[in-house]
Design a protein around this ligand. Sequence first.
Ligand code: 5GP
Ligand code: ZN
Length: 112
Amino acid sequence: MSCIFCKIVAGEIPSTAIYQDDRVYAFADIGPKAPTHILVVPREHIASISEAGEGHRNLLGHLLFTAAQIARDKGLHGGYRVVINNGSDGGQTVDHLHLHLLGGRALAWPPG
Ligand code: 5GP
Ligand code: ZN
């Protein structure tokens, strides 16, 4: 399998684990864009949010809830942002669905 995040989930590529359970894995982004930059991914390979199907509704909720839980654990009391890039115009560079959890500084709006 050639997907880089599937390899990270499988432990074939090292990563800094932040949280894991039977459905999701969260790890530190290799190129952090904020003091806290964590990626939350499903263990199952889903290429993008636009590829998620009806059967993924609960998993999508679990991914979001996990991001909020991690933010709480990390003490991001000042706020944070959860981002999903989708497709080339959306800036997606890795084709395995992932949520970015960004925090630890004031974030500009709108994104570029
Ligand atoms: P995207 O641009 O697809 O929304 O986000 C991909 C993210 O994955 C980027 O923020 C990038 O820094 C991160 N990333 C890419 N390759 C690796 C890797 O091998 N390990 C980790 N920890 N993060 C990665
Ligand atoms: Zn994958």
